[in-house]
Design a protein around this ligand. Structure first.
Ligand code: ATP
Ligand code: MG
Length: 716
């Protein structure tokens, strides 16, 4: 068919067309946020189908989320109609890996109906293996072993490939032995974990020529979105598949690499050109998403990172509003302010679907949720649960419900064995029997069963302890403030300790959520009032349709866009996170800065950044200072507003007092620390081009030029 008039090419700019039409050979599209990378990839997919270069089943197309895959499928469907009868190989790395593995399971020692273990199963298995190996699980927790195994899998390392250094990470060099034992056991169970979906697929291709050749032939074209966040095993897998035909197109943005904590390696961008010599590298420079002020603000922040590949961004959109930076007194005021602004948007006729609130940490959503519930503003939480629906929150609430209302059987059953107390299904069945026979609630049956011979040994002992604990919490409930009761209960039940022993990435977030829960309780007069509030919140959740404000973490917002974006909690210790400041050094801080860049660049028309002067963290008030990223926003692109007396100068002065912990580290940008950059000399040269379009250039590769560049004033 004629391609020039093809619908999918309409409106694409020249380099985008090139990305679509260069179908043969390796292609790398390296471009900033909102430049139409995903749009070009979608058009490319349509082009391949439209011109019959490949059947839908011959294209391997990797997206970052299942949702993105669905969107791409829909868009291509609109472009080429029913030619796209499903795309079997369009999905996330994990979904595609699972599909491939099911087809060839026996070659890696599994059956095609293998189960995929969840974290709980995985830990239980590891614990038995650790015990078998006579390792003290208290010193070397199963959770940390699980973390190491996951990171080895992300690196594409099988047990046999593990070197001594990696093995040394766990139990004085027992890492490899246990990793091997774990993999063996999984095979006998006909199971695999999440990481195996890719590792096994990689091994499959590596060790079975005929399978490799089959897929190398099958996948005429390979495409990858969000390429900057691929990890090693994904990279190795792609490289094998593409090695034969070499028709691989990857799109990415080094400034949006935000998953290094999951093993993502931005270096894969550099490796691409080495592994696929002659790759056509395409740069997209026109941003179609954001206004000049939004773009300028985002570019100003990211310019503070070193070692960037550097790119040019410009937009023809109207200059629009400046990015609003709002300083508020505390968290509740932040939520009130955002709700107010959203109501103003509604009055102005904007849809709630076009508004997002982006947070750094999950626990930040709670304050917004409570506010929105109070004012009846519909919202949805994307890429996570609503605060009160999270597992750890439900667990904690279940404990509190039993204290407040011993007849709450559902709550009791939920936590009777959380944390693990050796009270499994059998024990619970016995409790149910007795409870039915005596017509008493489960918690009462638990007390009574202790006087019988129904239960023995360790189970009886730990049930006895739980019954005694509940009795003691019940007494305390009459004496202590309820938030304090909750705090003690979480400690005494072993729940906090369970999460503390958990080294996984989520555990820290869960602990924060619990702290946030206790904090939320302080706002209510009694335990009863608080629990009632929660059940109302839950009730409120059911069946909310129609337009909704989206609340989500920045991580989950990757690739998305909204008219109006609120960036909440831009304070030191929250964003950048305390962990990144304490542990991570420069690399961590730069990843946080990329998150800031991702957050701002989600906005089409309006970006509003908020910071509070006070936060209650871990149950106590802390005065906080605005994030260094606030200080890095070029002044010319922002409007500042503060509700605090003393105003902006106060908090800016505050920030200057803090020594920049990285002041003596070369950043490749050749500039000094922190807030000074905000004085109007950003990392960009912002010039109005003859056509009236706004240009923001960033030079980061050559320090000498950078120094020059930063001397130029911003003009807009
Ligand atoms: P990110 O880095 O955030 O993933 P991206 O580079 O993938 O961004 P897209 O999401 O593809 O960017 O595009 C951003 C916006 O620009 C979308 O609303 C898209 O529809 C629009 N867009 C892309 N290309 C063009 C074009 N040639 N003309 C007009 N609008 C375009
Ligand atoms: Mg994209």
């Amino acid at each position: 068919p004629q391609t020039d008039a093809a619908p999918y090419l309409q409106g694409l700019n020249e380099p985008q067309r090139q990305a679509v039409l260069t179908t043969e050979g390796p292609v790398l599209v390296l471009a900033g946020a909102g430049t139409g990378k995903t749009a070009a990839l979608t058009a490319r997919l349509a082009h391949l189908l439209y011109t019959r270069r490949a059947y839908p089943s011959e294209i391997l197309s990797v997206t970052f989320t299942n949702k993105a895959a669905k969107e791409m499928r829909e868009r291509v469907g609109r472009l080429v109609g029913d030619m796209v009868e499903g795309m079997p190989w369009l999905g996330t790395f994990h979904s595609i890996g699972a599909k491939m593995l099911r087809r060839h399971a026996e070659l890696v020692g599994l059956q095609s109906n293998f189960t995929i273990l969840d974290t709980d199963d995985q830990l239980r298995l590891l614990k038995t293996l650790i015990a078998d190996a006579d390792i003290d699980e208290k010193r070397f927790p199963a959770r940390s072993l699980a973390g190491f195994i996951d990171s080895w899998k992300n690196k594409g390392l099988t047990p046999a490939q593990l070197d001594a250094g990696e093995s040394e990470l766990y139990a004085n060099g027992k890492g490899q032995q246990l990793y091997q034992a774990y993999q063996d056991r999984l095979k006998t169970l006909n199971a695999c974990d999440f990481g195996d979906l890719l590792l096994h697929s990689l091994v499959l291709l590596r060790e079975h020529r005929e399978v490799l050749e089959h897929y190398q032939q099958r996948f005429r074209y390979i495409m990858v979105d969000e390429y900057q966040d691929t990890n090693s095993v994904q990279y190795l897998w792609l490289r094998l598949l593409a090695q034969e035909r070499k028709n691989i197109a990857c799109v990415g943005d080094d400034d949006q690499s935000i998953y290094s904590w999951r093993g993502a390696q931005v270096e894969n961008i550099l490796k691409f050109e080495r592994d696929f010599p002659g790759a056509v590298v395409i740069r997209l420079e026109q941003n179609y998403r954001s206004t000049p002020h939004i773009l300028g603000a985002a570019s100003g922040v990211i310019a503070n990172n070193g070692g960037r590949l550097g790119k040019t961004l410009w937009t023809e959109l109207d200059v629009g509003e400046k990015v609003k930076v709002i300083g508020v007194w505390d968290g509740p005021e932040e939520a009130r302010r955002v709700a107010q602004e959203i109501e103003a948007c509604q009055v102005a006729g904007k849809s709630l679907d076009d508004i997002a609130i982006l947070v750094r940490a999950q626990h930040q959503t709670r304050e917004f949720e409570d506010r929105f519930i109070a004012t009846g503003l519909p919202y949805r939480i994307v890429g996570g649960f609503r605060f009160y629906e999270r597992a750890e929150i439900r667990d904690a609430l279940a404990y509190l419900r039993v204290v407040a209302q011993p007849a709450d059987d559902l709550a009791f059953e939920r936590i009777v064995n959380v944390p693990k107390r050796g009270l499994g299904d059998k024990a619970v069945a016995k409790l149910h029997q007795l409870s039915r026979a005596l017509r008493v609630p489960l918690s009462e049956a638990a007390a009574r069963i202790l006087d019988t011979d129904e239960m023995t040994g360790a189970a009886k002992k730990s049930l006895g302890r739980l019954v005694a604990d509940f009795a003691s919490w019940h007494t305390k409930a009459a004496e202590l403030p309820h938030a304090e009761l909750a705090r003690q209960l979480l400690d005494e039940s072993g729940y906090t300790a369970m999460l503390q022993a958990d080294r996984s990435a989520e555990a820290a977030g869960r602990l924060e959520n619990l702290t946030e829960l206790v904090r939320a309780m302080e706002e209510y007069d009694s335990l009863g009032a608080f629990l009632e509030h929660v059940s109302l919140v839950m009730e409120n959740d059911a069946g909310n349709r129609g337009a909704q404000v989206t609340i989500m973490t920045i991580h989950a917002a990757k690739g998305l866009e909204f008219d109006t974006v609120f960036c909440a909690g831009w304070e030191e210790g929250l964003f950048p996170s305390q962990r990144s400041l304490d542990e991570g050094g420069l690399a961590s801080l730069e990843e946080e800065r990329r998150l800031a860049y991702v957050a701002i660049t989600r906005a089409r028309r309006r970006a509003i950044i908020l910071h509070a002067a006070n936060r209650r963290i871990y149950g106590q008030w802390n005065s906080s200072i605005p994030s260094r990223f606030v200080g890095e926003l070029p002044k010319v692109h922002i409007d500042e507003e503060t509700t605090m007396s003393g105003g902006e100068s106060l908090w800016r002065a505050n920030w200057t007092d803090r020594a920049d912990p990285f002041a003596d580290v070369a950043r490749g940008t050749g500039r000094g620390p922190g807030w000074q950059r905000a004085a109007g000399v950003g990392g960009n040269v912002d010039v109005k081009n003859p056509g009236g379009a706004f240009t923001s250039r960033t030079f980061t590769r050559e320090p000498a030029r950078v120094k020059e560049a930063t001397r130029s004033a911003v003009s807009l």
